[in-house]
Write a new protein. Structure first.
Length: 231
């Protein structure tokens, strides 16, 4: 498990938006960190790190989708339903890569159910946090997008396959747009100002102070390839 996966484990701490500390142990306090995946080549033509990245991002994008559906059911605010639809296209784009490289899909067809135990814990924790208040729900959404951006950056740095990079780059663009939307909704719906929980202040400001980005939500290339000629 790499550094950014460890960051995901701390989300329960950072998502305590109401300024009171949670009395129960957090994921970060109870988790252990196994050795990082080796970078040996596999029969798929990808390194173990590339495979682990695709498998993890498939479920992480599903986590965002499923959390937003749960929060839409609780608060009936359209942003959650709209971004959940976008997250479905994100996880579908990663699924296409899994199929292309012959990697087994880890995801369950059941909403809120995950093969990765850490993501299962995180889903349960985020939904519980988001159910506390509308402000908490919108902060959960923004935090998920921050985590997604950081994870995608790390996974992109682990590959030299242009089709994988292209998908990751497009998913990062979508997550930046989603972050902007959740921050704006938090302000308009509750009057609260969002404080970044995972990005640095400089990284956060660069996103929030820039315009909405356009492009395909999945952006999947038509063939395998390395860097060059795809951008």
């Amino acid at each position: 498990m790499n550094k950014i996966t460890q960051l995901v484990l701390t989300a329960g701490i950072a998502l305590a938006m109401s300024a009171t500390a949670c009395a129960t142990p957090t994921l970060a306090q109870t988790a252990t960190t196994p050795n990082a995946a080796p970078t040996v080549a596999t029969t798929s033509g990808l390194s173990a790190a590339e495979i682990e990245g695709l498998v993890f991002m498939r479920e992480e994008e599903k986590l965002a989708h499923d959390v937003y559906l749960a929060l839409y059911a609780r608060w009936n605010l359209p942003i959650f339903q709209n971004i959940a639809q976008s997250e479905q296209s994100h996880t579908d784009a990663v699924k296409t890569l899994l199929d292309r490289y012959g990697i087994a899909d880890p995801t369950s067809t059941r909403t809120g159910v995950f093969t990765n135990a850490t993501l299962q814990q995180l889903y349960d924790q985020l939904v519980a946090q988001g159910n506390q208040s509308l402000a908490d729900a919108l902060r959960v959404g923004a935090a998920i997008e921050e985590i997604d951006i950081l994870d995608l950056k790390t996974r992109s740095a682990q590959t030299d396959k242009a089709d994988i990079e292209q998908v990751y780059d497009n998913l990062m663009r979508g997550s930046r747009n989603h972050l902007r939307s959740f921050v704006a909704q938090l302000q308009s719906q509750t009057g609260a100002t969002y404080v970044p929980q995972h990005l640095t202040q400089a990284e956060y400001d660069a996103i929030i102070n820039s315009n909405t980005e356009s492009g395909s939500p999945g952006g999947l290339g038509q063939a395998n390839g390395r860097r060059g000629g795809w951008r």
